[in-house]
Design a protein around this ligand. Structure first.
Ligand code: NAP
Length: 273
């Protein structure tokens, strides 16, 4: 959990707006999650973000889910309405924002590496944006079955067990390859979920949801091959903006939030190298 840059962007915005608000990290051990959620209900906290690896498990503690969170089966934002916990999914909004606003190619075929909370948001968003074939990979048979079952309404969805040759075969044919695993994240920056040692198509896009480091090994190899690349920064900022709008509806100054977040993230992450 302490990899999260959320406190940086929220607290920097609160400071600029002269708000007496504070965003903090609560690292929670799995065996303490139940106790922690009981405490949250009675606390004055307005809301929480949920991160790896709790986005699916946290649903158990929600009193209500919004439509996206229900369809996706993962929650990354909680609104505490006087002890009633409402679960939302803004990862999907962040991903869609990047897909539609910044990647101007029509994505017909996509490969998603991973099948956790973020991968579920990505799969759902690709489906809502009309991607015809979505192929995901996981190491876990149980997850494979679950994602296939939960997303049975997505006709173009195919899932496979993690197998390098198969991943490359599918990645070669795809317009977009998304890393929705934590592989390559700080401090394990020498790792990559996929060696890009195959020929690519025109307008091939590699999207890594990781934002720390700004350029993962996966993205560097993709860029060296001539692919268009996108890191997780824009998605991260946008999902945060949507979180803040849930907790504190109309008052968010969107442009200022995005600008202040870009500044603080780029400065901090570039400094870390
Ligand atoms: P999660 O729910 O724990 O899922 C992680 C997925 O990655 C699972 O499918 C998992 O295992 C797979 N995985 C983990 N280690 C692997 C390895 N060594 N090889 C192959 N697969 C591996 O986590 P999450 O919440 O989905 O987050 C995933 C990543 O997305 C994280 O890096 C997170 O920081 C990033 N993220 C970024 C944003 C953003 O706004 N930019 C938003 C959300 C998440 P199985 O093989 O068992 O399926």
């Amino acid at each position: 959990m302490d990899h999260s840059a959320s406190p940086l962007i929220f607290n920097s915005y609160f400071k600029r707006m002269r708000l007496n608000w504070r965003y903090g990290l609560f690292p929670v051990r799995p065996d303490f999650l139940h106790e922690f959620m009981k405490k949250v209900k009675k606390s004055p906290l307005i809301g929480l973000n949920v991160t790896i690896p709790y986005k699916e498990r946290i649903i158990l503690y929600m009193d209500e889910l919004n439509e996206d969170a229900t369809r996706i089966g993962a929650v990354n934002v909680i609104h505490n309405r006087e002890g009633r916990l409402i679960g939302f999914n803004t990862d999907s909004l962040g991903f869609r924002w990047v897909l539609c606003g910044h990647l101007s190619f029509k994505i017909k075929k996509a490969v998603v590496l991973g099948a956790g909370g973020a991968a579920r948001s990505v799969i759902y968003s690709l489906h809502t944006e009309g991607t015809e074939e979505i192929v995901f990979f996981t190491r876990s048979k149980a997850r494979l079955k679950k994602v296939r079952r939960d997303f049975a309404f997505i006709t173009g969805l195919k899932g496979y067990l993690w197998e390098k040759v198969k991943i490359k075969e599918k990645a070669r044919e795809a317009d977009l390859i998304i890393n929705a695993t934590p592989v390559g994240m700080f401090p394990y920056m020498e790792e990559t979920p996929l060696d890009i040692d195959f020929s690519i198509k025109k307008n091939h896009v590699a999207f890594d949801l990781i934002y720390n480091p700004l350029e993962t090994r996966f993205l560097k190899e993709a860029k060296d091959k001539g692919m268009t690349t996108e890191n997780g920064v824009r998605m991260f900022i946008y999902q945060a903006l949507e979180s803040l709008k849930i907790w504190w509806k109309p008052q968010v100054e969107e442009r200022l939030f995005i600008q202040s977040s870009e500044e603080v993230l780029n400065a901090t992450l570039l400094e870390r190298g």
